[in-house]
Design a protein around this ligand. Structure first.
Ligand SMILES: C[C@@H](O)C(=O)SC[C@H](NC(=O)CC[C@H](N)C(=O)O)C(=O)NCC(=O)O
Ligand code: NI
Length: 134
């Protein structure tokens, strides 16, 4: 077994696709409408679904926002250079909510970015990925 995707309900699919592709550098892998149940799916990621986990953006037609509650944490993305990546995200209008630096209580360098719906995306430097707090 393996992790295939994480599904996020979004309020504006084109806004989210723009963010995940143009700001975070992902590819739009596939998009599909479900006319009967009135929703559209868009799969985004850095490779295809056979190579690794992706994000399934789900738009329920006519639903523009959701209660996020306090339980969801984040999706983590590995990056070769977290400082340059955060600069690039800001230059493209993205919101870095936690600047790069060692995780509290550890040495792994992390940062946080908010997506257009307010979901948190964690960035982890490649050299630290898989090291936990380091
Ligand atoms: C393609 C696969 O990865 C899916 O997740 S589609 C599953 C399907 N999704 C939806 O219905 C999304 C819209 C829904 N209103 C929502 O917000 O979750 C699903 O959950 N189907 C239910 C079923 O029993 O088939
Ligand atoms: Ni799914």
């Amino acid at each position: 077994m393996r992790i295939l995707h994480t599904m996020l309900r979004v309020g504006d699919l084109d806004r989210s696709i723009e963010f995940y592709t143009n700001v975070l550098g992902m590819n739009l892998i596939r998009r599909s409408d479900n006319e009967q149940y009135k929703y559209t799916l868009a799969f985004v990621g850095y490779g295809n679904e056979k190579d690794g986990a992706v994000i399934e953006l789900t738009y329920n037609w006519g639903v523009s926002d959701y209660e996020h509650g306090g339980a969801f944490g984040h999706i983590a993305i590995e990056t070769d250079d977290i400082y340059a990546t955060c600069d690039a995200i800001k230059a493209k209008g993205g919101t870095v909510t936690r600047e790069p630096g060692p995780v509290k209580g550890g040495t792994t360098v992390i940062a946080f970015v908010k997506d257009p719906d307010g979901y948190s995306i964690e960035l982890i430097n490649k050299k630290d990925a898989g090291q936990g707090l380091g």
